[in-house]
Design a binder for this molecule. Structure first.
Ligand SMILES: [Zn+2]
Length: 398
């Protein structure tokens, strides 16, 4: 936020300077990134990326009793180097705090602490072509949740429903794996709130043997995915159908912490919870991982995308046009929506509100009010020219 005195008259050129200073350099974003996005994205997306550099909101912060200018969010989280990072940070806070809010071992005056199991549930390769479609991907989500519930001994529909009323977590889609960042390899990275039904911290070990959890996952896949096989490419249907009837391999991996120390444990304790949440719920394409350079000899612009999953320093390099072509194919799975990031069980919807009411706590909401009052917006008309619009106060604080 750029602090201003409310009585100051701010001229167009000054606003222009402030707008640029506030928004052309998102933290950690290479300067070339903006230019590359503007040139390589579809015109509609490119146009929207620049929108949050255009308009400035005049805000009043009651806590610091100060007025300030803040760039308006374009809310195009996937492509915008500014909003993408803000959205990611907000998501980390939301998921972490919502998991922590189930913990009853802290008093009403302390911030509750998160404890979780970090579970990775992968898709078997023969089903991956199906998972490009929303309905089968949602069915795959149900299979993942069933496998988690079975890990706690809830295997029948009835037991699972009961388990979901007291337990839950977040599932975050990781659409690609460790090697080629654009190879479709969908898996859910799951943060399972590790609290007993009474809200106390759960045991250090995952309750079931892995093999039992995997078997439950396989059965859940057989039940959930069969109805969608007809959507597969014709030549794959028969093989997929046959495979689904067998004991095909599935993978459900509990991320084990502190391997090799005195005691291996699977529970992620409060002090390690934030790094786990950050790893799990980031957007998979983040413009701040991108740098561009021009090959002077050929004139081709190359993208270097630091692979956030790969070994330290590993990166993917490709000419800009093919980089963005491949990225667009995965675009539905890179932003924030119900396919990519969602709570399940007691952390979801009305169940969560009820649980918090029972605990006498305020629910953790997705977009907590920032407490800043929006007074108006400077809307950029032309270069160096702004129009001031008073905020519509009926809508309440921004
Ligand atoms: Zn933006």
């Amino acid at each position: 936020m750029h602090l201003v005195h409310p009585d100051d008259i701010i001229h167009g050129e000054e606003l222009e300077r402030i707008a640029d200073a506030l928004t052309t350099h998102a933290p950690g974003v290479d300067r070339t990134t903006y230019a590359v996005l503007k040139r390589e994205l579809d015109p509609w997306d490119a146009d929207r990326v620049t929108r949050c550099r255009g308009n400035l909101q005049l805000l009043y912060d009651p806590e610091s009793r100060s007025h300030g200018l803040w760039p308006e969010r374009c809310q195009l989280d996937l492509w915008c180097p500014h909003c993408c990072i803000a959205e990611f940070e907000a998501r980390v806070t939301f998921q972490h705090n919502r998991i922590a809010s189930l913990n009853t071992t802290t008093s009403a005056f302390d911030a509750p602490q998160a404890a979780l199991y970090h579970v990775v549930v992968t898709s078997p390769p023969f089903l991956r072509p199906l998972l490009h479609h929303p309905a089968p991907l949602l069915a795959f989500q149900r299979a993942c949740v069933a496998a988690i519930a079975a890990g706690f001994g809830a295997t029948t529909d009835r037991e699972r429903a009961a388990w979901l009323r007291t337990h839950g977590g977040f599932m975050n889609l990781h659409p690609w794996g460790n090697n080629d960042p654009f190879e479709w390899s969908p898996h859910y990275d799951m943060l399972v709130a590790a609290f007993e039904a009474d809200g106390s911290i759960a045991p250090e070990r995952w309750p079931a043997r892995y093999e039992e959890s995997r078997t439950a996952f396989r059965h859940a896949l057989q039940r959930e995915m069969s109805p969608f096989l007809g959507r597969m490419p014709v030549e794959q249907i028969e093989e997929a159908h046959a495979t689904l009837q067998t004991n095909f391999r599935v993978n459900l991996k509990i991320v084990v912490r502190h391997v090799g120390t005195y005691q291996e444990r699977e529970l992620v304790l409060p002090e390690e919870a934030i790094p786990s949440v950050r790893y799990s719920c980031r957007s998979f394409f983040m413009p701040n991982h991108l740098t561009a350079s021009k090959d002077k000899r050929t004139g081709v612009v190359w993208i270097r995308y630091a692979n956030p999953l790969g070994a330290r320093g590993s990166a993917y390099e490709a000419p800009a046009h093919s980089f963005f072509q491949r990225l667009y194919k995965l675009a539905d799975f890179l932003g924030a929506n119900r396919l990519t990031h969602r709570p399940f069980g007691v952390l979801y919807g009305e169940a969560y509100t009820k649980r918090m009411r029972a605990l006498g706590r305020a629910p953790v909401v997705e977009h907590p009010p920032r407490g800043r009052k929006r007074l108006g917006t400077y809307v950029r008309r032309r270069k160096g020219e702004f129009e001031y619009r008073l905020a519509d106060t009926r809508g309440g604080p921004a």
